[in-house]
Design a protein around this ligand. Structure first.
Ligand code: AMP
Length: 642
C-alpha cells in the first residue's frame, strides 16, 4: 500500500539529482554549499586522500551559530526562532532571532569566563529548556565542542561520558520534570563527577526552582547571576575551518563503552541546510516541530541546528505527548502554525491508544507533513496516523553517525510516492549498497536481504571519526565487510525493483527501545555489577508499543536467591534498581529472568539470537553448535509461563 505523491513543485527528476550527487560529487556539493554563509570560501570540496576519513569544504571558514542565528537576526530580527513550550511547568516563551542571539552571546560570555576555549568540550546535561539550546549554540559560537548527554541517563552513564569528553565545564540544571513529577538532575551529576576520573573546572547551574540542591563551593556557578553580569557583553563568532569539530554525541555500540560520534562544522551545516529543502521542505519564516530530545541526534539536527540554519522557527517542547491530554501537540500545531512535524513511531503508537478525537480537535491546516524516524514504522501505525491527521506520514531512516537521512523520499526535489514499510530510496550523497554478508558481494536483485552499506566517502554532515579514537572508527564502521572498505550501517535491508529500501533490523547487538538506541553489552555490564549475578544475557524482544524492549536472563551465583516467585520478584526489583541508578530508567529491562545456565555454543559464544527468537515465539534455527540444549528449553518455559 502506498500514499500518492504530493503535487509536483520542480522540474528535475530525483534520479538525475541523485546520480549527479554521486557522479559529480564535487559539483553537486559546491552548489549545496551556497545555502550557507562562508566567511572564507573553501579551496576543495572533498579531500578523501586519507580514506575512509574525509574532509569537506577544505579551507573554508564558517560557523554554525552564525548560520543558525546571526544571519537571520540580521535579516529578520523579530521573527520567531525558538519557541519553548513546557507543559511540565506551564510556561511558553517565544525568542525572536535577535533575542536568541543575545541569550547565546550571554551564554558564550559565561562559558568563556569559566575558562572555555576553542576546541574545549562542554558537557550539557539538561532537560528541555531554552538554556540547553543557548549552551549548544554558544559552544558553536566560540568553537568549543558540546557533548549533550540525554537527561534520562544516570550517574554511571554520565561518568563514562565525562571521562571520555573531559569537559572544561558542565552545564546542568536543578531538575527536569516528567508527567508532572520533578526529576532531580543535580544529585546524579554530583555522583557522576565523584565517579569520574576527570573533574570539570566548573559546573554551570540553571536553577529552575524545582528542587533545592547542594552547591559545591568554588566549582558550581549560578547561571542567573552570571547572566546578569554578562548581560550586555557581545561575543563575536569564532570563524572555524570547515573540518573543525563542532560536537560529540555518544551512541551505543556492541561494547559496553559508548562511542563519541564526532561531527565537523561546515559539512554538517551544508548537509542540514540542504536536507531542510530537499527532504523536510520547511521554509524560512515557518515553524518546525520535532518532538525528540536534545540528548539524541534528531534533537541536535532537527530541533536545534537544521530548522534554525534554514531560518525556520523551532519548537522546543518539554512534556509528554499525552499531558494535559493527547491533543497537546496538535494544539501547538494550531497555535504556532507548524508546517512540518518530526516524531518517532513510538509516539504515534502512544497516541493511537488515545481517543482519535484529540487529533482532529484543532486546526491542522498549516501542517504539510509528519516525518517519523528512529525505529521501524509499522504499516498499521502509519496508516492510522495518516488518516487521523489527514496529512502525509513520511518515514526516513538514519543514524546518530550520519546526522541526517540515508534513506528518505526527497519530495523537495521531485515529489514521489511513499510506500508503507519503506523509509524510501537512497538519499543524494549516500552511495548505498546492499551487501551479501558472506560473500561481501553487492546484491542487485530485488527482494534479497543484505547489509545496508555505503561506499565512501560518506557525504557531508556524517561522523568524522570516533572522538579520540580513529582506530575504533575505522575498525567499527569500515572493516566489517570482508575485503572491502565500506561503511556498514549494521542494519539488514532489502530493496524493491523501484529502489525503495525496507529495514529488517540490526546485524549487531544494538537494540532499539522506543526509538532509543541501547547496547545490550552496557545493560549486561550494569546487571553483572549486582553481587548476586554470575552471568547475564540481554536481548531485545519485539514489543507492540515500544518496538523492542530489553529482557535479561541472569545466572545467579547462588540460585536459591531466586527460589520461589516472591524471592525472584524481589531480586528482579533489586537488579532493576541497579540499572536505574547506573544507566537510567531508559535502559531498564522489561524483565529480569533467572536461569541455571545461558544458551551458548560449544566455543562459549552466547546465543543471543536464539534467545531472542524463543522470546518472540520464533524458531531459534540451527542449534547443533549448542553446548547444552536444555538451556534454551528453560528460557522457553519461562517465557511461556509469562
Ligand atoms: P540512532 O543512532 O539512535 O538514531 O539509531 C539508529 C538505528 O535506528 C538505525 O541503525 C536503525 O536500526 C534504526 N532506525 C532508524 N531509523 C529507522 C527507520 N526509519 N526504520 C527502521 N529503523 C530505523
Amino acid at each position: 500500500m502506498s500514499q500518492p505523491a504530493p503535487t509536483a513543485t520542480g522540474g528535475q527528476t530525483y534520479a538525475d539529482f541523485y546520480r549527479r550527487s554521486i557522479e559529480d560529487r564535487d559539483g553537486f556539493w559546491r552548489e549545496q554549499a551556497a545555502l550557507i554563509d562562508w566567511e572564507q570560501p573553501f579551496d576543495q570540496v572533498c579531500d578523501d586522500s586519507r580514506a575512509p576519513f574525509a574532509r569537506w569544504f577544505v579551507g573554508g571558514r564558517t560557523n554554525l551559530c552564525h548560520n543558525a542565528v546571526d544571519r537571520h537576526a540580521l535579516a529578520h530580527p523579530d521573527r520567531a526562532a525558538l519557541i519553548w513550550v513546557s507543559t511540565e511547568v506551564d510556561r511558553e516563551i517565544v525568542y525572536s532571532f535577535a533575542q536568541l542571539q543575545a541569550e547565546v552571546e550571554r551564554m558564550a560570555a559565561i562559558l568563556v569566563s569559566q575558562g572555555v576555549r576553542q576546541g574545549d568540550r562542554v558537557l550539557v546535561y539538561m532537560p528541555m529548556i531554552p538554556e540547553a539550546a543557548f549552551a549548544m549554540l554558544a559552544c558553536a559560537r566560540i568553537g568549543a565542542l558540546h557533548s549533550v548527554v540525554f537527561g534520562g541517563f544516570a550517574s554511571h552513564s554520565l561518568a563514562s561520558r565525562i571521562d571520555d569528553a573531559e569537559p572544561t565545564v558542565i552545564v546542568s540544571a536543578d531538575a527536569g520534570s516528567r508527567g508532572g513529577k520533578v526529576v532531580p538532575y543535580k544529585p546524579l551529576l554530583d555522583d557522576a563527577i565523584a565517579l569520574a576520573r576527570h573533574k570539570p573546572a566548573a559546573v554551570l547551574m540553571v536553577d529552575r526552582g524545582l528542587v533545592p540542591f547542594e552547591r559545591v563551593a568554588g566549582r558550581d556557578q549560578d547561571y542567573a547571576a552570571l547572566r546578569e553580569q554578562f548581560r550586555e557583553v557581545r561575543v563575536p563568532v569564532t570563524w572555524l575551518e570547515s573540518s573543525a569539530p563542532s560536537y560529540t554525541l555518544y551512541t551505543s555500540g556492541t561494547t559496553g563503552k559508548p562511542k563519541g560520534v564526532q561531527r565537523d562544522t561546515g559539512g554538517y551545516c551544508v548537509a542540514l541546510a540542504a536536507s531542510m529543502r530537499h527532504i523536510y521542505q520547511a521554509r524560512p519564516g515557518e515553524t518546525f516541530f520535532s518532538t525528540s530530545d536534545i540528548g539524541w541526534v534528531v534533537g541536535h539536527s532537527y530541533i536545534i541546528y537544521g530548522p534554525l540554519i534554514n531560518g525556520t522557527a523551532t519548537v522546543l517542547y518539554e512534556g509528554l505527548p499525552t499531558r494535559p491530554d493527547a491533543g497537546i501537540w496538535w494544539q501547538l500545531v494550531e497555535k504556532y502554525k507548524v508546517t512540518v512535524m518530526f516524531s518517532a513511531p513510538t509516539a504515534a503508537r502512544v497516541l493511537k491508544k488515545q481517543d482519535p478525537a484529540f487529533l482532529t480537535r484543532y486546526d491542522l491546516s498549516s501542517l504539510r507533513s509528519l516525518f517519523l524516524a528512529g525505529e521501524p514504522l509499522d504499516e498499521p501505525t502509519a496508516t492510522w496516523m495518516a488518516q487521523a491527521i489527514g496529512k502525509p506520514v513520511i518515514d526516513n531512516y538514519w543514524q546518530t553517525e550520519t546526522g541526517w537521512p540515508i534513506l528518505a523520499v526527497c519530495n523537495g526535489v521531485e515529489p514521489a510516492p511513499t510506500k508503507f514499510g519503506s523509509p524510501g530510496k537512497a538519499v543524494y550523497g549516500f552511495d548505498v549498497r546492499l551487501i551479501d554478508e558472506t560473500t561481501a558481494e553487492e546484491i542487485t536483485e530485488p527482494g534479497r536481504k543484505g547489509v545496508i552499506a555505503v561506499e565512501g566517502p560518506l557525504p557531508p554532515g556524517c561522523l568524522q571519526t570516533v572522538w579520540r579514537d580513529d582506530e575504533r572508527y575505522v575498525k567499527t564502521y569500515w572493516s566489517s565487510i570482508h575485503g572491502r572498505t565500506m561503511y556498514s550501517t549494521f542494519d539488514w535491508g532489502v530493496k524493491d525493483a523501484d529502489g525503495y529500501f525496507y529495514i529488517l533490523g540490526r546485524t549487531d547487538d544494538v537494540i532499539n527501545v522506543a526509538g532509543h538506541r541501547l547496547g545490550t553489552r552496557e545493560i549486561e555490564e550494569s546487571i553483572s555489577s549486582h553481587a548476586a549475578v554470575a552471568e547475564v544475557a540481554v536481548v531485545g524482544v519485539a514489543d507492540a508499543l515500544k518496538g523492542q524492549v530489553a529482557v535479561a536472563f541472569a545466572v545467579l551465583k547462588d540460585p536459591s536467591r531466586a527460589a520461589g516467585d516472591e524471592a525472584a520478584r524481589a531480586l528482579e526489583a533489586e537488579i532493576l534498581k541497579v540499572v536505574d541508578g547506573q544507566l537510567g530508567a531508559v535502559a531498564r529491562p522489561a524483565r529480569v529472568r533467572f536461569v541455571h545456565v545461558l544458551p551458548k555454543t560449544r566455543s562459549g559464544k552466547l546465543l543471543r539470537r536464539a534467545i531472542q527468537a524463543v522470546c518472540e515465539g520464533r524458531d531459534p534455527g540451527d542449534l547443533t553448535t549448542m553446548e547444552d540444549p536444555g538451556a534454551l528449553q528453560q528460557v522457553k518455559d519461562l517465557v511461556q509461563a509469562g
